[in-house]
Design a binder for this molecule. Sequence first.
Ligand SMILES: Nc1ncnc2c1ncn2[C@@H]1O[C@H](COP(=O)(O)OP(=O)(O)OP(=O)(O)O)[C@@H](O)[C@H]1O
Ligand SMILES: [Mg+2]
Length: 434
Amino acid sequence: MTKDEKNPQIKLSTIVCKRYITVQLLGKGGYGIVYEVMRLNNPTARFACKTELATLRNNLKIEWDLMTVMSEKKSKHTIIAYEMGQERNYNYIIMNLIGPSLADLRKTMASKKFTLYTTSVVAIQASDSIQELHFAGYIHRDVKPSNFAIGLLGTEAEKILYILDFGICRKLYKSGKTLRKPRARVPFRGTTQYCSPNVHLRLEPGRQDDYWSLLYMLIELHTGDLPWEKMNKDDAKKSKDSKTDELLEKCPAEFKFLRNYVRTLSYQMEPDYEKIRGILCQLMRVNDFKPDKPLDWQKNAENCKSMRKKVDEKVEKLEDLLNLPANPATKKYTDEDFPDVEGEPLHDASTSKSDDTIVEIAAPTKKVEVVKQPKEAVVVKPKEVVKPVAKVAVTSPQVGASPAGQSGQAPKGQAPKVPLKKHINLRKWFSKKK
Ligand SMILES: Nc1ncnc2c1ncn2[C@@H]1O[C@H](COP(=O)(O)OP(=O)(O)OP(=O)(O)O)[C@@H](O)[C@H]1O
Ligand SMILES: [Mg+2]
């Protein structure tokens, strides 16, 4: 494979999907590049475009499917995706443009950490988003600060947390509610810094492992770092085993309750989501936090200036979004509820004996090849005028938005919504390749 074939052939000022032009790099991961794109016939309409090299392993198809499912389920924490397709040597998804990731936001803080109030608000929303995904029948497998982002800065949505990156999500159920049988040994999938002890041991990841990762993420947001940040997998595992207790001493008791509870869960066991929510909401209650205070990035607007876009949107109040228990008699968790039981995490008898996402490949069964390149991507110079292309869209009733770019008007808030569209040919192409 030549160097060019290894990267999506896309850069700034590239036309994608005939109607958008890339204007800014938003993020670069192990397997894809995310750009901010502008609609050619409406420069105020901005979207995000995630691209990946078109090979046989198409993570973007999984992402597209899941984003569609989640938007049908009216998820509060998932971005809406509008179009998916393939051009030149890459696949792409066009989706709502949102704001910076938690990883980027933390770095703008002078202390490199969030206040406990902000961490608590993040914790509840991140946990809710994980629960939504589990209820849709998937586990995320890559929970980390760069896979959560807030709504556009400068809008009401800057208080909302969105979960990103469904590329390595895994289906939990075979049919109906029958859990898939855990595999004996699993190739490493995830990120060394945030993955659970189970994942280090190459055991089948389950719902509880998303919460382990959430725990490490919260420790980092609260303390400013994780001691195993730059370590290789083996050293990171040792450090997680030996240093987590020490780290939890620097954190509120609720973090320890979460760890102690998650440690009692196995692959087969359904987490008690209400209990987890209860622990995280307790962070707000015992510290007398009311969800009416500005979050760190709202307070430090100056630091986040370069990430801010001037738009305005009316969205749900933070108070409604967090839905904290109102009853003063709500049970207060103490150490007695979550005793500290030492040792390796729980394994089911049926399982194995044994800040870039890593996808370890098992011994290959099929030769991975680069697909035929159907069309040249068009690159235009800034002054060139490009006519919008007529389109036939399959409208999703759930999205319920007006077609962007037709009125030429800038909508309030996030980038304007367009009808959900599928590029039928590409979907056929995906299924034929399988
Ligand atoms: N819709 C979006 N709007 C704005 N920024 C986004 C959007 N989607 C992704 N990003 C930015 O791009 C970054 C990378 O996105 P994502 O995690 O989806 O890609 P990835 O290639 O799978 O990354 P990695 O391999 O590092 O996990 C995110 O951390 C976020 O900052
Ligand atoms: Mg990512």
